[in-house]
Design a protein around this ligand. Structure first.
Ligand code: AMP
Ligand code: MG
Length: 327
């Protein structure tokens, strides 16, 4: 099974690397005019759209029959008032392509991400073109997260983390095979096997969580940490870089604790990262200990929050989370 998904992996890595180039170029020249408020008030930049166009364009060329579920759609770009943003997106996409694409093609690539897969869908891709937009805008950590889902199971994941380790990190995972990491830039890429930490007791663990207090309940996590005897300060880092941190042993726990009862996690926020942790030997569930169910469409409808660990004491963490959240 050494060559499992080799064609998919090659295309996914090429797409994520190109998208990272777009993100870095936009970040280098980031000005507020490039930022647009989405209806849910999270900032979206020209880079979100351009990154999605580049990745889904690459997948369309390699796997034209595969549907995709991605965060953005081009509706806003098609509105009359957004001509400048649209032009900027097309320009940034074309900077990283060998053959230039016209506006309609670029918008068409973005809109390929609108699939609504059925529970038994044979396979589809899911993409977060910039996970951790807030980190991106702060020039902090963010990720391009791409995964392949077959009949509800994540089988391949790629996380491009342009600011991790300074030079950027690329983490890849294949179900039942393993996880690897290499520098994001291809030049000196020598993939190395990634494994979770060997920490045996939660008291010795470091946990990571969102920087944004609106995305994970930090007051609950500090109570949970106290209950588990954790003394290390929380490792706060944006995006699925948290999953990468657990996968390679920078931390042994990732807590994502709901801040609202009605919030449903989006599949593109978790698919690639979850597989990286599992393929590196760790365990990922929701806050009740249930496996994440990727067969429910665009959201994790039957899950709440996330707990990822190195797998050595997962049930203890779930129990502590339940104790604290249920008072
Ligand atoms: P992070 O960088 O881990 O804080 O997560 C960023 C992601 O949080 C974004 O991609 C959003 O999809 C997601 N998000 C937005 N609102 C919420 C919320 N209320 N609870 C959890 N996640 C959220
Ligand atoms: Mg996201």
């Amino acid at each position: 099974m050494i060559d499992a998904y080799s064609r998919e992996m090659a295309a996914a890595i090429a797409a994520v690397r190109r998208a990272a180039g777009v993100c870095r170029a936009v970040q280098a020249g980031l000005v507020t005019a490039d930022t647009l408020e989405k209806k849910d008030k999270s900032p979206v930049t020209v880079a979100d759209f351009a990154s999605q166009a580049v990745v889904l364009g690459e997948l369309a060329a390699s796997f034209p029959d595969d549907p995709a579920v991605a965060e953005e759609d081009a509706a806003e770009l098609r509105e009359a008032g957004h001509a400048a943003l649209k032009a900027s997106v097309v320009e940034h996409v074309n900077r990283v392509l060998d053959t230039p694409a016209d506006e309609a093609t670029v918008l068409g690539w973005i809109d390929r991400g609108g699939a609504r897969p059925a529970a038994d869908a044979k396979r589809f891709w899911t993409l977060d073109p910039i996970d951790g937009t807030k980190g991106f805008l702060r020039r902090d950590q963010y990720a391009i997260a791409l995964a392949l889902i077959e009949r509800g199971r994540v089988v391949l994941g790629v996380l491009g983390c342009p600011n991790l380790d300074g030079q950027g990190l690329l983490m890849t995972a294949v179900k039942n095979v393993g996880a690897k990491a290499q520098p994001l830039d291809g030049a000196d890429a020598k993939p190395k096997k990634v494994t979770v930490s060997g920490v045996e007791s939660p008291a010795d663990a470091r946990f990571c969580e969102s920087v944004e207090t609106g995305h994970s309940d930090q007051s609950a996590s500090s109570k949970i940490a106290a209950r588990l005897g954790i003394t290390a300060e929380p490792y706060r880092i944006d995006s699925q870089c948290k999953y990468a941190a657990v996968a390679r042993g920078d931390a042994s726990i990732y807590l994502r604790l709901p801040t609202r009862a009605d919030y449903r996690e989006k599949i593109w926020d978790h698919a690639a990262g979850k597989l990286c942790v599992e393929a590196a030997g760790g365990t990922v569930t929701d806050i009740t200990g249930k496996p994440l169910d990727f067969s429910q469409g665009r959201q994790l409808e039957v899950n709440r929050g996330v707990i990822a660990t190195n797998g050595r004491f997962h049930h203890e963490v779930v129990a502590a989370v339940q104790d604290v959240l249920n008072g």
